[in-house]
Design a protein around this ligand. Structure first.
Ligand code: SF4
Length: 217
């Protein structure tokens, strides 16, 4: 029986989430035995054509080419996982969404006219249907592994429904950045806190895995 095909894609990102996958080290050989790593340019140059069973997508959509490419990828894969904060929320590069892209380009590049960038940098889910958002910067390599294994076993992955920061607070540790910062920083942090992205994304996405999992062998 043919092994399920896994593809790993990079969009606008620092490659850190892909490196997390490569850092699996001990588990990577077992994983490579259970699936065919059909497309993973950071790990190997050989490409096996799709369609693919699972796509792990790192990075946000920041260029017209990426906006087209994610559509092609979505049409060629059965289960798409957005991997890491860039893919799930836009990442650091999404800071430009709050200013004029051209102003920043002139500050950074000598020839900004060569840039082919969208005005905003956006999560994968703003462009195509995402089956699971896996948060983290970088993504937790064991959570990524758990997602792939769960899909292979046709079950829902075991994922935490809160950030590791909460475990720290439950242990009674104070929020050092707040308590050690000047008063104006504390005020600012408290003011923006209600607008922080909900961390229930994983739980929300995971709870919807049932129907999606049924499409896998
Ligand atoms: S989520 Fe973080 S580690 Fe992953 S690609 Fe983006 S910036 Fe890099």
């Amino acid at each position: 029986m043919a092994k399920p095909k896994v593809a790993v894609y990079k969009f606008s990102s620092c490659d850190g989430c892909q490196l997390s996958l490569l850092n699996l080290e001990d588990e990577l050989l077992d994983l490579a035995g259970a699936v065919e790593l059909a497309y993973f340019l950071e790990a190997r140059s050989k490409i096996t054509p799709g369609p693919y069973d699972i796509a792990l997508v790192e990075g946000s959509v920041s260029t017209p080419h990426e906006a087209e490419r994610i559509q092609e990828i979505r049409s060629n894969v059965r289960f798409l996982v957005a991997l890491g904060t860039c893919a799930t929320a836009g990442g650091i590069q999404a800071l430009r969404n709050f200013t004029e892209k051209d102003d920043l380009a002139f500050m950074v590049y000598e020839h900004p006219e060569y840039l082919h960038a969208l005005d905003t940098s956006t999560p994968i889910s703003e462009h195509v249907t995402v089956d699971l958002d896996l948060w983290g910067c970088p993504v937790n390599k064991y959570q990524a592994l758990e997602v792939v294994v769960a899909l292979l076993q046709n079950r829902k992955p075991y994922l935490p429904n809160h950030a590791v920061c909460l475990d720290c607070k439950l242990d009674g540790n104070p929020y050092r950045w707040l308590t050690a910062s000047p008063a104006w920083v504390q005020s600012l942090a408290l003011a923006v806190a209600p607008f922080a992205p909900a961390r229930a994304g994983v739980a929300t996405a995971a709870s919807g895995l049932g129907p999606a999992l049924k499409c896998l062998p």
